[in-house]
Design a protein around this ligand. Structure first.
Ligand SMILES: [Mg+2]
Length: 316
């Protein structure tokens, strides 16, 4: 039996405008695209860590890919033996294994509009594009009044999510948590405190969402909303087992993947029926590098019409 082989490709994607969040400025990201071949099955996956999330770096992933010398069984065993150290590699391998289903996914889902800073004008543009839910990045410098002025202009039924990317101190986080809990049109405050901050216990889970702190099942239990990035979550079957017994909102979100990672992440998100808007408003932010093939907007869709072998060649 052919135990399988793989090849990989490292690509760099430059943002048109550096992406500024409370945890830093990102000018470009490197991704590793993975192509596996087992008997006659071809799979694709993408290793796409996000710089401020506690996963492996792209260099660490590349090192493992080099050392396994193209032998898929070898790569899989290394990933298994280092379960907690290589969540992005394990996600990418899960994508390769499920590719037959992923490539035929053409479903639709609601998407939240992403604003990298609170701005009334920015929000109005997103509302006019049809987004009902907006996610605003906030920082220690953001004032409650800036969010209040957006709420004052918000159409009926529109909601906001605030994401601090772990940048607040406990006092500031408390002020924001009280504010968010008192506003019906705000769904939640995401990652107010740094990863591992003891203050989460006193803030409590009501309308407090975790993103960086969650990363993969097993890290911590949390009754509030959880943001899951399919590219960072580790082995997808392990996640499903955890999800089956976890009660609580999950919102799926992108890590600025190429079309390969995006198709896989959309499929992954669609495994769970949800009325919530998902976090895939990440297109159109890179210099034109012919690595995006999906649509953006308030409704996003998978693409079952793409020729992935051709796309792989073009990306090579
Ligand atoms: Mg976040």
């Amino acid at each position: 039996m052919n135990s399988g082989k793989y090849e990989f490709l490292r690509v760099r994607r430059r943002f048109r405008q550096p992406l500024v969040t409370a945890s830093g400025t990102v000018e470009s990201v490197d991704r590793i695209l993975l192509r596996t071949e087992t008997n006659d099955e071809i799979g694709f996956g993408e290793i796409s860590p996000w710089p401020t999330f506690p996963a492996e770096t792209i260099d660490q992933a590349q090192e493992i890919l080099r050392s396994a010398q193209g032998r898929l069984s070898h790569l899989t065993s290394i990933a298994e033996a280092n379960k907690n150290s290589f969540p992005c590699l394990r996600s990418a391998l899960s994508s390769c294994a499920a590719w037959n289903e992923i490539k035929s996914f053409a479903g639709k889902m609601k998407c939240a509009g992403l604003l990298t800073a609170p701005s009334v004008t920015g929000a109005q543009v997103k509302w006019s594009e049809g987004f009902a839910t907006l996610k605003l990045k906030i920082s220690p410098q953001t004032k409650l009044s800036e969010v209040q002025s957006i709420l004052a202009e918000a159409p009926t039924g529109a909601t906001l999510r605030l994401d601090a990317n772990g940048s607040l101190d406990l006092n500031t986080a408390r002020i924001w948590a009280d504010f968010v809990r008192g506003e019906n049109q705000i769904e939640f405050l995401e990652q107010p405190l740094a990863v591992g901050h003891a203050g989460y216990a006193s803030l409590g889970p009501s309308k407090i969402a975790l993103d960086e702190s969650f990363l993969a099942p097993g890290g911590m239990s949390w009754a509030g909303p959880i943001i899951v990035k399919p590219a960072l979550v580790g082995d997808w079957q392990e996640f499903r087992l955890w999800r089956a017994s976890h009660v609580g909102q999950i919102i799926y979100s992108s890590t600025f993947e190429t079309a390969i990672g995006r198709q896989a992440a959309l499929w992954f998100a669609a495994q769970e029926p949800s009325m919530l808007a998902q976090g895939f408003d990440t297109l159109g932010r890179f210099e034109n590098d012919a690595r995006d093939y999906h649509n953006s907007g308030p409704i996003v869709t998978g693409r079952s019409d793409l020729d992935w072998a051709k796309i792989w060649k073009e990306m090579s």
